[in-house]
Design a protein around this ligand. Structure first.
Ligand code: ZN
Ligand code: ZN
Length: 363
């Protein structure tokens, strides 16, 4: 049987390629892709701006269903029995359990994280990206069965955006009663609003696009700061001050990907506050911004960046969705379904910030 993948062959150049669908090796799982989301990182990859990935199979946020199980696979990574037809999700990276990072328990920093995903599609077993008819879950990849109550449209973003903010907010110690300022209400910011509210925080979202401000409220934001109304960093800092009793935010989460937003986050945080950096992922001159390090010292801020997540956070993300997916309009993060042939168009929609999470659905 043949399957198809959306292969990135050059900057912004996508070709559909066909390969024989492989039999899963021991410990692996072959899945049929049901739905794959487009995420901000996909835009970097698409333009060859990602630090590690070039020619590859596009796509990493997805939900699939088991087509075949490799020898020895009887359960998911939470011990649930699995069989053909069950829906599953998997982190998009490997955790080898043997490298220096894994040996320190930093599974999200595994040195082999992208050893599988970032390969050209010609390399067997071909199906190492989610914009494809099939997805091969590597033996070093965790995977979890999806509870029946969670629809595909809701769960497709769980393995990247949702787990990412869950990990960051949990690791930084967000707790009940904290004020949480979320900079940016794209996919990550909306997930963070819902998670922050669930964790008992008072969520304030900063955003400039009207539809996103409206969505932010429906995803749990108690207050929104409209960038069209508060146009300068100084005005926004002042507005946050007035919303937090004149003291500043307990926790600030940066998910805009704009370098200057990081400096603003430091200004928004209260003395002794915490700043979570997730949105800025690129390095190099054009991604630099200027700041006085004394700002961090004098306010005694705790600043931490997060990349990927410990794979078991995906299990927590599923539990969160099982409990809360009906409370927020997760289905409104997307517009229409894009066939595999229009994967490039879906990424361009994401880039234009017209839709938070355009969805690729292979026919
Ligand atoms: Zn992603
Ligand atoms: Zn490792």
């Amino acid at each position: 049987m043949k399957g198809r993948v959306a292969a990135l062959v050059g900057p912004a150049e996508v070709t559909i390629k066909e390969f024989e669908v492989p039999e899963p090796e021991p410990g692996a799982v072959l899945a049929k892709v049901r739905r794959a989301n487009t995420c901000g990182s996909e835009v970097h990859i698409y333009h060859f701006h990602h630090p590690l990935i070039r020619q590859c199979v596009l796509g990493h946020e997805f939900v699939g269903e088991i087509a075949a199980l490799g020898e020895g696979v009887e359960t998911d990574y939470a011990g649930n029995p699995v069989g053909v037809g069950d829906r599953i999700i998997a982190p998009y990276y490997l955790t080898c359990r043997k490298c220096p990072a894994c040996l320190r328990g930093d599974f999200n920093l595994c040195q082999r994280a992208y050893a599988f995903w970032s390969q050209p599609p010609e390399v067997e077993p071909h199906f190492h990206g989610a914009f494809a008819t099939h997805y091969y879950v590597h033996p070093d990849q965790y995977f979890y069965k999806v509870p029946d109550s969670i629809p595909d449209e809701v769960v497709a973003g769980a393995n990247c955006g949702l787990s990412q903010v869950l990990f960051g907010l949990h690791q930084i110690g967000l707790s009940m009663g904290d004020s949480l300022v979320v900079q940016g209400a794209g996919g990550l910011g909306l997930y963070a609003s819902a998670v922050g509210k669930y964790m008992g925080a008072r969520v304030i979202v900063i955003e400039g696009i009207p539809e996103r401000l409206d969505l932010a409220k429906r995803f749990g934001a108690e207050e929104v700061v409209d960038m069209k109304e508060h146009t300068t960093p100084e005005e926004r800092v002042e507005q946050i001050q007035s919303l937090t009793g004149g003291y500043g935010a307990d926790v600030v989460l940066e998910v805009t990907g704009v370098p200057a937003a990081f400096v603003e986050a430091l200004q928004i945080a209260r003395p002794g506050g915490r700043v979570v950096e997730i949105g800025n992922v690129s390095v190099g001159k054009e991604h630099e911004t200027s700041l006085a390090p004394g700002l961090i010292t004098r306010k005694m801020l705790r600043v931490q960046g997060f990349v990927r997540y410990h794979p078991w956070y995906l299990h927590r993300a599923l539990r969160f969705l099982e409990l809360k997916h009906r409370d927020h309009p997760f289905n409104e993060l997307t517009d229409r379904e894009y066939p595999l042939e229009e994967a490039g168009e879906a990424i361009e929609r994401e880039e234009a910030k017209q839709v938070a999470r355009p969805a690729v659905v292979p026919a």
